[in-house]
Write a protein that binds this ligand. Structure first.
Ligand code: HEM
Length: 428
């Protein structure tokens, strides 16, 4: 097909690529061919977003001390994948991580992966569905699970001696109803973006690159309110209608993040310094049951007001939670079994919550929505942070009447990488 037969949106993309690859060097698409370099530069002013000029605004650098997507302000959408490795060859894995690094750096910069498609007899390197779209704050975060090192008692890649003690399956918690199809995995890829198509494209292309070396185990898409629908950057609400994410470590406080989120020297093997542990729980929420529950019960379940997000008896979302306050009957205002009280405990543990809502059609067993929270938290030591918290919650959280944990996984998210290096290089 010639350019002039292509739909308008495609010819614009051809032009964008040509512009980016070298203005005036003969790689001209339709716009350039008809308007010349001077006019093309004027065009970048006219259509800055289409032509990539404003891209830096919504690009998050892939390279850095830590991987992006952990302490990055949460984007609107998540596409998460857990993969199982099929190769038994360590060199294959290294080559895969190198290719992933290159592709992830390109995609988070808003660029297509590989080479521009020229040979009509070959499938293009990039699957193409984000041509013309900006990077949309895409972050791609990689992690390795316990089975990356050891499966069925076998040291798979001669790396077992490097497995951190913290990287192990979570203990079984009371009320867990885990299903294999949403549990575990050798590798995880968390793609977050303000555009779902961009997030999906990222995982799709990384999985495609992994062909012959790793396969999908499970995937999960997730969402939060978008910045278009609420420009105020308020705390997002979960599917029970409550603000979720109020109490979290301060993303700007380096010291706090070093204490709570980033693995430090001495915590375990050195290859993970600057990385973090990700705990994933696929939690189904019985939204139909919740919707028949009175507002008072709902608020007592969380210990917060629904509309304002304020702790019970307080006015504003960020007012101090007073766990000692009692009502005229001598009972705690924030009930003993309320989610925030039980999660808080004695205030010893903190985690960085980075959860997304999900809605996956119907639960075929019950005919209800299969919807809930794809809970993700980052922490420096799961055994000292997530585990004690979840042990308390599983025993006495009033929220348990309305939720069930169906999936679980834990990953060591690798440290960040410098340009020229590759993700996971400290491990290999
Ligand atoms: C579907 C399941 C869950 C829902 C709907 C939910 C919802 C909420 C809500 C609405 C709040 C209050 C606002 C806030 O501070 O963000 C909250 C607080 C919190 N949640 Fe959850 N949550 C769930 C599961 C979990 C799990 C599995 C954990 C960890 C094991 C957890 C840990 C926390 C913590 C640490 C807080 C802050 C407590 C404090 O005030 O100190 N949540 N959650």
């Amino acid at each position: 097909m010639k350019d002039d037969q292509l739909p308008d949106y495609l010819t614009k993309q051809v032009s964008r690529r040509s512009l980016l690859k070298g203005i005036g060097l003969g790689g001209a698409g339709v716009l350039l061919a008809t308007s010349g370099v001077g006019s093309a530069l004027a065009l970048t002013d006219q259509f800055p977003d289409i032509l990539g000029k404003n891209n830096s605004k919504n690009k998050i650098n892939f390279y850095g001390t830590h991987q992006a997507g952990i302490t990055t302000e949460q984007q609107n959408h998540l596409y998460f994948a857990s993969l199982n490795i099929t190769t038994s060859n360590k060199a294959d894995l290294i080559s895969l991580f190198k290719k992933w690094t290159e592709a992830a750096a390109a995609m988070t910069s808003g660029e297509a992966i590989g080479q521009p498609a020229k040979n009509g007899l070959l499938p293009p390197d990039d699957t193409g569905e984000v041509a013309g779209l900006s990077a949309s704050n895409l972050t791609i975060t990689f992690g390795v699970g316990p089975t990356f090192f050891e499966k069925e008692g076998k040291d798979r890649f001669g790396l077992l001696h490097k497995k951190p003690a913290e990287l192990k399956d979570l203990p079984k918690f009371p009320l867990d109803a885990l299903e294999e199809r949403w549990t575990g995995g050798d590798i995880c890829i968390q793609a977050c973006s303000d555009d779902m198509q961009v997030a999906f494209h990222a995982v799709r292309n990384l999985v495609r690159i992994a062909r012959g070396k790793a396969v999908l185990h499970f995937t999960q898409s997730g969402f939060l309110r978008s910045k278009q629908s609420s420009g105020k950057n308020e705390t997002p609400r979960n599917l029970f209608g409550f603000k979720d994410g109020t109490i979290n470590p301060n993303l700007k406080d380096k010291q706090e993040l070093n204490e709570q989120v980033w693995v430090q020297r001495g915590d375990g093997p050195n290859w993970l310094i600057g990385g973090s542990y990700l705990v994933v729980r696929r939690i189904q929420m019985f939204i139909e049951v919740w919707d028949r529950t009175t507002l008072k019960d709902q608020e007592e379940t969380f210990g917060r007001h629904r509309d304002s997000g304020a702790p019970l008896s307080k006015k504003n979302e960020f007012d101090q939670v007073d766990l000692e306050e009692k009502n005229e009957n001598g009972q705690y205002v924030i009930p003993k079994t309320s989610h925030v009280r039980v999660a808080h405990g004695k205030g010893k543990e903190q985690i960085l919550r980075r959860a997304y809502s999900y809605a996956d059609g119907m639960d075929l067993k019950t005919g209800t929505f299969d919807a809930g929270l794809f809970f993700m938290s980052y922490q420096r030591k799961p055994s000292k942070q997530f585990v004690p918290m979840q042990q308390r919650l599983a025993q006495m959280d009033k929220l348990n009447e309305y939720i069930v944990h169906k999936g679980s996984a834990v990953f060591a998210c690798l440290p960040g990488v410098k340009k020229g290096g590759f993700i996971g290089e400290t491990l290999f």
